[in-house]
Write a protein that binds this ligand. Structure first.
Ligand code: 13P
Ligand code: SF4
Length: 312
């Protein structure tokens, strides 16, 4: 019975992939997928990446339509960077709880208290918050971005864990917002000790959205792309991975002979998993749901994203 259900699912996915290829041609569309998406989406993506690489790709593509498989703020950033393209998301309900932890009113109040500080905002934020921001960053460039700003004081939002990590690598005084990623923040020191005891030869690699006391235990700390690169280039064969489990797809593509153990069964972002292949096909069929950002907000937010893309 199980085998039959699997065969039916495989057949369904074959049909969906064929339909997708046809629609992509008709619409001149590109599929961008974050590394945390389901395997069935990463398999059909024209480009897989972390938040930084996907924003860069959206800004550069010649396609008329971008199907953004990730969470809402990522589609929004793509639309801001490529305002003349149609940006589709497979499911508008795929949000990011951390992005919702900061709002423009609260941020404006904090800015009023620290008038000499520059605002550095993690890309995991709404367009309205980006519009109140001097420069955005992702986990791949957070330290470089903070060090690049022309001020001694930085208001950092919304991820306190990433903020704490950046504070260890900069002399700037950081005023840190209290947000966090529900998924990465779940990983505990106890989980890591248990995994280390179980896999004593494995290297522990971790995303800086995890808690500081967990990050402290790592052999390597880096963004999703940083983790992928480290594991690909390392001479080690076995890894305990402290980031979202969708990353397993690219880890296995890059290093089929290495072994990866996810550090906790809770490292699954339910928002990222709202999307599936069927919804990707439907989005291109119906050209819905589309991302729209009011022009005045987009124009302000674009500056903060474009400044980020220029930081080396
Ligand atoms: P990166 O894509 O920058 O690694 O961020 C991780 C994340 O949680 C995205 O939502
Ligand atoms: Fe947001 Fe965390 Fe999910 Fe990324 S993994 S989309 S930060 S909740």
């Amino acid at each position: 019975m199980e085998a039959l259900a699997l065969e039916r699912k495989a057949e369904q996915n074959r049909e969906l992939r064929e339909r997708l290829a046809q629609l992509k041609k008709e619409r001149n569309a590109i599929i961008l997928a974050h590394y945390y998406q389901r395997d069935e989406i990463q398999e059909v993506a024209d480009f897989r990446g972390d938040s930084f690489l996907l924003a860069q790709k959206a800004a550069q593509t010649d396609a008329d339509v971008i199907v953004f498989c990730g969470v809402h703020f990522m589609g929004e950033s793509a639309k801001i960077l490529a305002p003349n393209k149609v940006v589709l998301v497979p499911d508008e309900r795929a949000g990011c709880p951390m992005a919702d932890m900061v709002n423009p009113i609260g941020l404006r109040e904090l800015k009023a208290k620290h008038p000499n500080a520059k605002v550095v905002t993690y890309i995991n934020s709404s367009a309205d918050v980006k519009a109140e921001t001097d420069i955005c960053c992702t986990s791949a460039n957070a330290v470089q971005v903070v060090n690049s700003v022309d001020a001694d004081e930085v208001i950092w939002c919304p991820d306190k864990n990433l903020g704490h990590y950046v504070q260890q690598h900069t002399d700037k005084k950081m005023i840190i917002w209290e947000g966090y990623c529900n998924t990465h923040d779940m990983l505990t020191v106890k989980d890591v000790y248990e995994m280390r005891a179980k896999y004593p030869n494995a290297q522990f690699v971790v995303h800086p959205e995890c808690r500081p006391e967990v990050v402290e235990l790592a052999d390597f700390v880096g963004s999703t792309t940083g983790i992928l690169k480290y594991c690909r280039e390392s001479s080690h064969q076995e890894f305990i991975v402290g980031t979202e489990d969708g990353t397993g797809y690219q880890l296995r593509v890059d290093s089929p002979d290495k072994t990866f153990h996810f550090a906790s069964k809770f490292l699954v972002c339910p928002n990222m998993k709202v999307n599936n292949l069927k919804k990707v096909v439907k989005a291109l069929e119906t050209m819905q749901p589309q991302i729209h950002v009011p022009q005045d907000v987009a124009d302000k937010a674009r500056l903060s994203l474009e400044r980020m893309l220029l930081v080396k």
